[in-house]
Design a binder for this molecule. Structure first.
Ligand code: AHM
Ligand code: MG
Length: 323
């Protein structure tokens, strides 16, 4: 039985980075225990507030955000944090080497119906001596991530993470409160016949995406030559986890509902960390036109079209976009 700290040490992760990851995990364990208590802890339902994205905040969005923010800005190795639920980046320690971005509770529309949600995090190195409350210091592409992961709060709480040495899965042992390594060397099957997309947005998609899905729906008789299955949990963490376990393709493409936004999902909190995990597991991740991790962020809350999962299927979607 290996604990997270033992695995990180064996991967040669610097001690300071390990201490940063450890603080993320301490907060995630707290979130996991609060989710287990659910209604009993009075944590369900919405607040009166909206976040910077214009979305109503759930009580647990705010609680999870505060848990992560408070522990990380107090960590001497953290220069600053950026969160989906914070308008601006927040400064940590001036001498800190690392920047952490996170979506504290992804898929939070699922909380009140007792379905899976997750925390997604990404760690970058601060490249210069600017303070962490200056968002410029965060604006690095996804290839610069030194660690990325998510915690899936499902029937069991799972930590899935990478430091660039493959993908490991840890299961929260609730009897001792530790994440224990349960799977390593995760590899996403290269081929799949299972897609995940919110079909209700179809009329807003670009023609290339619509054509790909139309062809999937034609099954064996269509140009893709196979019968597809569909899943949509409305929780990216759960979708990505299913893809890690059995393959698949997940898409939240650009759509024209709001032309000022390049899609629904956020580059720094969702696109980049999930792309690092998927690529480390042998999968692929694209906007449809370029690798997500090569996108240069212009703002901390930038959005990005997302197509990720089984390598050969992602390549097909990219081919539709280059026709
Ligand atoms: P959130 O960060 O506000 O929870 O939004 C992200 C979530 C993803 O987990 C999921 O893939 C998507 O939004 C679901 O969107 P939709 O409501 O269109 O089904
Ligand atoms: Mg999210």
């Amino acid at each position: 039985m290996k604990r997270l700290d033992q695995v990180l040490a064996a991967e040669g992760v610097p001690a300071e980075l390990e201490l940063v990851i450890n603080d993320v995990i301490v907060a995630c364990k707290d979130i996991a225990f609060k989710l287990r208590q659910g209604e009993l802890a009075g944590i369900l339902g919405a607040t009166e507030d909206e976040n910077v994205q214009g979305e109503t905040q759930k009580k647990l969005d705010v609680i999870s955000n505060d848990l992560l923010k408070d522990i990380l800005v107090a960590n001497p190795y953290v220069r600053g944090i950026g969160s989906e639920e914070e308008d601006y980046t927040v400064a940590g320690s001036a001498a800190g080497k690392y920047l952490v971005t996170f979506d504290p509770l992804d898929g939070s529309s699922n909380i009140d119906v007792n379905l899976s949600v997750g925390t997604i995090f990404s760690v970058l190195e601060a490249q210069d001596d600017q303070s962490g409350d200056n968002q410029e210091v965060f604006l690095q592409n996804g290839r610069k991530q030194v660690a990325a992961g998510y915690v899936l709060y499902g029937p069991s709480a799972l930590l899935v993470m990478t430091t660039g040495n493959g993908v490991n899965i840890f299961t929260l042992d609730t009897t001792v409160g530790e994440f224990i390594l349960t799977k390593s060397g995760i590899q996403i099957p290269a081929d799949t016949a299972e897609f995940a997309i919110n079909m209700s947005n179809q009329r807003f998609w670009e023609p290339e995406m619509k054509q790909y899905i139309d062809d999937c729906l034609l099954g064996e008789e269509g140009p893709l030559g196979k019968r597809y299955n569909m899943r949509w949990v409305a929780s990216m963490v759960a979708e990505v986890h299913r893809i890690l376990m059995r393959g698949g393709i997940f898409m939240y493409p650009y759509d024209k509902r709001d032309p000022s936004k390049a899609g629904k999902l956020r580059l720094m909190y969702e696109g980049n960390p999930m792309s690092m995990i998927v690529e480390q597991a042998g999968g692929a991740s694209s906007t449809g036109r370029m690798d997500i991790m090569d996108v240069a962020p212009k703002g901390i809350h930038d959005r990005v079209p997302v197509v990720l999962g089984s390598k050969n299927e992602v390549a097909k979607v990219v081919a539709y976009h280059s026709k």
